[in-house]
Design a protein around this ligand. Sequence first.
Ligand code: IUR
Length: 326
Amino acid sequence: MPVFRAETFIRKKRDRAQLSAAEIRQFAEGVRDGSVSDAQIAAFTMATWFTGMTVAEQSLLTLAMRDSGRVLSWSGLDGPVLDKHSTGGVGDLVSLVLGPIIAACGGFVPMISGRGLGHTGGTLDKLESIPGFTTALDIERFTALVRSNGLAIVGQTDELAPADRRIYAVRDVTATVDSPPLMISSILSKKLAEGLDALVLDIKFGNGAFTPGPDAARELAREMTRVATESGVRCTALLTDMNAPLAPAAGNALEVMEAIRILSGEVADGRLYSVIVALSGELLHMGALADTPAATISINFGLCGPNMSVATACATGNNALGEAAV
Ligand code: IUR
């Protein structure tokens, strides 16, 4: 294999030349072992911000980042391994309710979650508002909890997609977070490292999200489902309007209390409830735990009027786009 030179790699990206599979793997490996510097990561992410990535580069970078650490495997489970990811919103406590629903229906959810980013909330921050709750578990404890309880929600560890950890930290301080190929490789490298059978994505758009409008969100959904599906994970994306907060409360402890109200059956309507039902239905269907996603979604059709349309489009695992107003 030719010697890898980060400056040559960066120049190629800057000049819109096609990056090879070997180069992309060597870059991710160099990020992991520290031989690629923060300055070189920054130059690469900025070049990518301006020039984008080809479809092939996008998939190769995602897989190389996934393989920079461990990839979990789940032999001996008697149900599918499922997860959900949101691109971030306000009052978005969906994971706190969806995880237990999927586990109660026979799925296994190894959920690696993030912290709040910008104005958007983070699942880990919400959980840590419960006194004594810890989200920093090693992989052995994490996988044991998933096997025994059907669900564990933890923070990213050094062992899973470590290249993303460094690249993400550099993006955060170099104005390169909002680059679709970098977002896709960052999110999916971690999700693919979880060893999933199926993944549902909640792509937010609007003034409370990072993606401004439905067209950009639909494009992001299409690309993410393509990369995940090509990597062997069934994937569906729903689009959620984030021009208004999802929950009737915003704030870590308040959102945990709202999640408990929904899980205990006290609340069974509204926008948040609809989104939870829609995403759970998709995931249960992909995991062969429900005959159709609509079987679950239809519970809610009668509850929401036309002004409450939230999940406006879905991209299924085979990349067909449909409209599902909830
Ligand atoms: N969450 C991630 O893990 N990565 C990203 O790039 C974004 C959200 I945006």
